[in-house]
Write a protein that binds this ligand. Structure first.
Ligand code: T3D
Length: 249
């Protein structure tokens, strides 16, 4: 097994577990992540935490396997990376990345595809693609542009500069930077907070914000209307409003 899966109190915790290769992605790791993301769709999972074992989050594509696996980068993206990234983004649960160490190449994309990033003071983000003559993939070009804007994303992704956690926080690429020993605990706390929100509000907010990045104003208003209607039909809505009125009355 190269992905540790732990399920406790509604939180599914996934640990990329190839520390000897800085949790670089192999076909085996993609396969186990795909299975875990299916498990995450179940009703007993309310939030997901994603982290790496050892000193790295993930060094992206396993470059040794690249030489032996007999597929091209385009094929690997189509068969392994992109389905998992789509599944992660479509997951109707919040995903919190505990970025415990370096994230490089597709490891950056994976971290950015999560909804919240708690980074260790020791974490860093390395584009890596450009150093080996590739382009940003695994959703990196999408999320980096969204988070940073074109100018900063272009400069960073073409420079291969290692971005330390503190600067990633200044840039808005991560939500919080904490001591190394607190990274996973803080990510678990954030996941638990999100998991404890009533109804499907978090899931639907995720969907709305994703749509906002892609759609036009009128479509967004319509989607807000539809999801608000659906959210208000969950019993949690009536319960929370009654609880509020009982407190204030
Ligand atoms: O082709 C496709 O499938 C398309 C998709 C591409 C997506 C991508 O991710 S492309 C980018 C691939 N990733 C990289 O190019 C990153 C390569 N690694 C690094 O640049 C550095 O290792 C790091 C900046 C991540 C960390 O540097 P450092 O100095 O902290 O560690 P290190 O000494 O370089 O690495 C430690 C070990 O991990 C080392 O093995 P050893 O010598 O101890 O046995 C190293 O070979 C191994 N390792 C690191 N990255 C990878 C890796 N092994 C396989 N694949 C890796 N990507």
């Amino acid at each position: 097994m190269v992905l540790d899966v732990r399920h406790e109190d509604g939180i599914l915790e996934l640990t990329l577990s190839r520390p000897e290769a800085l949790n670089a992605f192999t076909v085996e790791l993609h396969g186990e992540l795909a299975s875990a993301l299916k498990l995450a769709r179940g009703p007993d999972v309310r939030a997901v935490v994603l982290t790496g074992a050892g000193r790295a989050f993930s060094a992206g594509q396993d470059l040794e396997e690249t030489l032996t696996q007999g597929t091209t980068p385009g094929e690997r993206l189509q068969r392994f990376y992109n389905p998992n990234l789509r599944a992660l983004r479509a997951l109707e649960k919040p995903v919190v990345a505990a970025v415990n160490g370096v994230a490089a190449g597709a490891g950056v994309g994976l971290a950015l595809a999560c909804d919240v990033r708690v980074a260790s003071e020791r974490a860093s983000f390395v584009p890596a693609f450009i150093a080996i003559g590739l382009v940003p993939d695994a959703s990196t070009s999408w999320f980096a542009t969204q988070a940073l804007g074109y100018a900063r994303a272009f400069e960073w992704l073409t420079s291969n500069r290692k971005l330390p956690a503190a600067e990633a926080l200044e840039w808005g690429l991560v939500h919080e930077v904490v001591a190394p020993e607190d990274t996973l605990t803080r990510a678990r706390e954030r996941a638990a907070e999100l998991a404890g929100r009533p109804g499907s509000g978090v899931a639907m907010t995720k969907r709305l914000l994703q749509a906002a990045a892609e759609g036009d104003f009128d479509s967004q208003l319509e989607l807000e209307r539809q999801l608000q209607q659906a959210a208000s039909e969950d019993p949690a809505y009536a319960e929370q409003v009654s609880a509020f009125l009982a407190k204030s009355g």
